[in-house]
Design a protein around this ligand. Structure first.
Ligand SMILES: [Zn+2]
Length: 374
């Protein structure tokens, strides 16, 4: 299933569109054309409102893109690699591969976005004034004034001091700078972010019940998103803390069920998937690990071909590059699983397959540590 489309590259940074973006483009256009613009500029043609709505929505997304792009460019100047920018239902995210190396570069990177939105707001104000004086054409002035407002709103909203918002990152860097403890800083600011999310949800519902349905719904949805992101960040931090110092060798499964790459798929299904309880198996050829085969891989092949196709044809060999060693940290396994969206990683000792570590193994350790408070 395609969820993201890659549009273009700006300064070598890939810009991607999440499919939810199209829903939101239509929604914003419709809200502006049916409510905001008719209320502010009465007696224009319906078609004009629609055009105004569409242009405003497109300019809003261009503004969000510039906001994210300024994060990305400052990040790159500070040697933080950026994988790309994705525009989605609530705006945009610059995808970073690692956390900033120090508090200073975190502040610079986080402040770049709101600063860009502030500058854009000011620029739209200038252009709007120019049009008011030289060419007072209401639809254009309406669009420009909306852009002044929305960029100002983007700046203020993003400066709220809770993670995952820019203001939260700035506050985190300040606490980090003073205490030297990035975990404590993340803890505090993600708690603030979560509280901000709850506040937005309540404030949204308050708006809904006092008649501002669309605006209220919007606030509540953003609140849910902010709270979710803050809580996930906090849980990742917490589980990272609980896993600290635990080696892969301690949690990996050693009794392996291994598949030979020359068997056919119907044998794989009968002798492995229906017999054992695993969703995927390491595959070997002459005793050497060459990949992993999962239930999803089998499902992509029509059933009538199962007796003709070998495991070697469908296995995932990319996993070889992700393999862990028994001496690696468990946190390392977790971040690989989260980043690549995989559930099991083979463990190699000097090239020899010695075990496999799964999401379940890691969750089990976290759960035990929480239950036993150790
Ligand atoms: Zn931002």
């Amino acid at each position: 299933m395609i969820k993201k489309i890659e549009l273009i590259k700006i300064f070598d940074i890939p810009i991607k569109l999440d499919l939810s973006w199209f829903i939101i483009l239509a929604f914003i256009t419709w809200t502006l054309a049916s409510g905001y613009f008719p209320a502010k500029y009465p007696e224009l043609d319906k078609f004009i409102y629609l055009i105004m709505g569409l242009f405003s929505a497109l300019l809003l997304f261009a503004s969000v893109l510039l906001h994210e792009l300024s994060h990305a460019l400052v990040a790159r100047r500070n040697n933080i690699p950026i994988r790309g920018i994705t525009l989605f239902i609530f705006g945009g995210v610059a995808e970073m591969d690692q956390e900033p190396p120090n508090a200073r570069s975190e502040i610079l990177m986080a402040a770049a976005g709101p600063l860009c939105s502030g500058i854009l707001s000011f620029l739209f104000l200038l252009i709007g004034n120019l049009f008011t004086n030289l060419l007072p054409f209401t639809p254009i002035i309406g669009i420009l004034q909306y852009c002044v407002f929305i960029n100002m709103a983007l700046m203020i909203f993003n400066l709220l001091p809770g993670l995952p918002l820019d203001g939260g990152r700035i506050l985190r860097a300040i606490i980090w700078n003073y205490t030297g403890d990035i975990k404590k800083a993340t803890y505090t600011t993600s708690r603030i972010g979560s509280a901000l999310g709850v506040f937005l949800i309540i404030f949204g519902f308050f708006n809904i019940f006092s008649g501002n349905f669309i605006g209220g719904l919007w606030l509540a949805l953003i609140g849910i998103f902010v709270k979710g992101a803050a809580d996930t960040g906090y849980q990742q931090l917490l589980s990272g803390k609980l896993l600290e110092g635990i080696k892969i060798s301690k949690i990996m499964t050693r009794n392996l069920v291994i598949v030979n790459d020359s068997i056919t798929l119907d044998r794989l299904v009968d002798d492995y998937f229906l017999k054992h309880r695993y969703n995927s198996y390491p595959v070997v050829r002459n005793g050497m690990l060459i990949g992993i085969v999962s239930i999803h891989d089998v499902n992509e092949i029509p059933r009538e071909d199962w007796n003709k196709i070998n495991v070697s044809k469908i296995l995932d060999s990319q996993i070889i590059n992700l393999c862990l060693s028994p001496d690696d940290e468990a946190t390392n396994a977790m971040s690989k699983m989260v980043k690549k969206g995989i559930g099991r990683i083979p463990v190699l000792d000097n090239g020899k397959l010695v075990g496999i570590v799964s999401r379940r193994d890691i969750m089990q350790i976290i759960k035990h540590k929480i239950d036993l408070r150790v």
